[in-house]
Write a protein that binds this ligand. Structure first.
Ligand code: FES
Length: 137
């Protein structure tokens, strides 16, 4: 038999575990990948993961040939207008590489350089036709 104090402590522990499970469910950042055909896929990401890694972990066709070392531009994504200005600005190195990317737009970024945080929950990006197999979404 448990004392009232022990019972209360067990209740508090159970309540905390339940609350933390709920908070995790709510705060999982999600990224929406689209292609020019209108197909889309919503994926769960982890805080600190890059857009490229979130895509690769969820079967979205971003190549990322240089593994994020800013040397290839095969992780090129086009960020939706509403989100573009919320991102940290691109570095000079990223801008230089983007100049060589196929299908460059004013909202182009390298997926390996966009770090996902809770603030980017719902981020929408389009994969350029030139860099993906259209069946990859
Ligand atoms: S993976 Fe090569 S530049 Fe992003």
């Amino acid at each position: 038999m448990f004392s009232p104090t022990q019972t209360r402590r067990m209740f508090v522990v159970v309540a905390r575990v339940s609350l933390s499970d709920s908070v995790e469910d709510i705060t999982v950042p999600r990224v929406i990948f689209k292609n020019s055909s209108g197909a889309s896929k919503i994926v769960n990401a982890t805080d600190g993961q890059t857009v490229m890694r979130a895509a690769q972990a969820n079967g979205v066709g971003i190549e990322g040939a240089c593994e994020g070392s800013i040397a290839c531009s095969t992780c090129h994504v086009i960020v939706d207008n509403d989100w573009f200005l919320r991102l940290e600005p691109a570095s000079e190195e990223e801008e230089d590489l983007l100049d060589l990317a196929a299908g460059l737009t004013p909202n182009s970024r390298l997926g390996c350089q966009i770090v996902i945080t809770e603030m980017l929950n719902g981020l929408e990006v389009t994969l350029p036709d030139q860099t993906i197999d259209m069946s990859d979404i």
